[in-house]
Design a protein around this ligand. Structure first.
Ligand SMILES: Nc1ncnc2c1ncn2[C@@H]1O[C@H](COP(=O)(O)OP(=O)(O)OP(=O)(O)O)[C@@H](O)[C@H]1O
Ligand code: SF4
Ligand SMILES: [Mg+2]
Length: 340
């Protein structure tokens, strides 16, 4: 299915996701005769990632961040839409051909210890992708590249023969990063890579990823709950709610003038370091619970919690409109009108 498309590096995004849907058929209740229901984990998501940029992906728990990340690399079943990698269609509806992106796209996971094979040494873990994708590389070359990569992530030759359980969470995540980068990928999808780590270690790992991204001109899709972490690392930010994109735009614009009521509520919950400023700030509380993706609200997915909702919001899901100098895309019929 891979098309022979010529790829223009100057204009084409590396990754283009278009109207992607991941719908799961799940049991409606606990009893066998309750029947099946459709859970719309990802429900028509479009965005792109350019060469050398970091796109931060945020949203409350269960909004579909991990499912979207997994669908891009062929680890979750796609029900509709498409994924293009360097101009070639890798996913189109239920059909997929992830060969073009297997070497170019790598993932880093949330739980660093669980994502490393406990029976393998650090050297074997880091070398494995290289041996899989470049089997002709000599043993001496493999060792030297593993060592260079370990040193680049803050580890050293003494760690080569050790096992994952001998390492702290932060060190395990450094091993995970070395393993992801050894084959020189172009895009790394990081699914909450720091949320299982102590706060003091989180900043070290975020800084390491940011330095690597700059040095290697890597593209990152960085999934996180924490908007402060996303602000530190991202160029553009994608805000998801109940499987849909609420806002997608340049970080500065989204953080300085958030256009979607959901983005405004998320940002207003992030504390400001200056206590005087913090005391004066108006906090927008997110009312109620996030609805079940088994029975999302009609129209705008956010309308049951939105302080700006009007009757028209229940009619159809809002189309994304383009706003501001940064061409931010906002899925809200009142974008620019509401004053929350
Ligand atoms: N394999 C699956 N089968 C059925 N439902 C699933 C499956 N994987 C995920 N889901 C559901 O899809 C929705 C989105 O889950 P997902 O893990 O993508 O959310 P998330 O945004 O990554 O959440 P978190 O921030 O907690 O990691 C949830 O309702 C989840 O229960
Ligand atoms: S479309 Fe309506 S309910 Fe949805 S975010 Fe905008 S104002 Fe709120
Ligand atoms: Mg997740």
């Amino acid at each position: 299915m891979t098309q022979n498309v010529s790829y223009d590096e100057s204009t084409e995004p590396l990754l283009s996701v278009n109207d992607l849907k991941v719908h799961f058929n799940v049991p409606r209740g606990k009893l066998p005769w309750s029947g099946k229901a459709t859970l719309r984990a990802v429900n028509g998501v479009s965005f792109d990632v350019r060469r050398g940029e970091t796109v931060g992906l945020v949203g409350e728990s269960g909004c579909g961040k991990s499912t979207l990340a997994r669908a891009i690399v062929g680890l979750a079943p796609v029900s509709g839409g498409s994924v293009r990698w360097r101009g070639a269609e890798t996913v189109q509806g239920a059909r997929r051909d992830i060969v073009p992106l297997r070497r170019d796209v790598q993932m880093i996971f949330q739980d660093p210890l669980a994502s490393l094979d406990p029976r393998m040494t650090i050297e074997q873990i880091v070398a494995e992708p290289l041996l899989t994708h470049q089997p002709d590389v000599s043993r001496a070359d493999v060792r030297s590249r593993v060592l260079t990569m370990l040193e680049r992530v803050g580890l050293n030759a003494q760690h080569l023969r050790r096992y994952p359980h001998e390492f702290s969470g932060g060190q395990c995540q450094r091993v995970g990063i070395a393993r992801a980068l050894i084959g020189e990928p172009q895009l790394v999808i990081c699914d909450e890579p720091v949320s299982a780590l102590d706060v003091s270690i989180q900043a070290q790992i975020v800084n390491l990823l940011r330095d690597l991204q700059r040095e290697l001109s890597l593209s990152l899709l960085f999934v996180a709950h924490d908007l402060a972490v996303v602000k530190a690392i991202s160029h553009r930010v994608l805000v998801m709610y109940l499987g849909r994109v609420m806002e997608f735009g340049e970080k500065r614009e989204v953080y300085a003038t958030p256009a979607h009521p959901y983005t405004r509520a998320l940002l207003s919950a992030v504390p400001v370091p200056d206590p005087a400023v913090e005391r004066e700030r108006r906090h927008l509380l997110l009312r109620g619970e996030i609805p079940s993706p088994l029975s999302p609200p009609s129209g705008c997915a956010f309308r049951t919690r939105c302080p700006d909702a009007i009757d028209a919001c229940g009619e159809t899901p809002p189309e994304a409109v383009v706003r501001g100098a940064g061409m931010t895309r906002v899925a809200c019929i009142r974008a620019g009108v509401s004053a929350t």
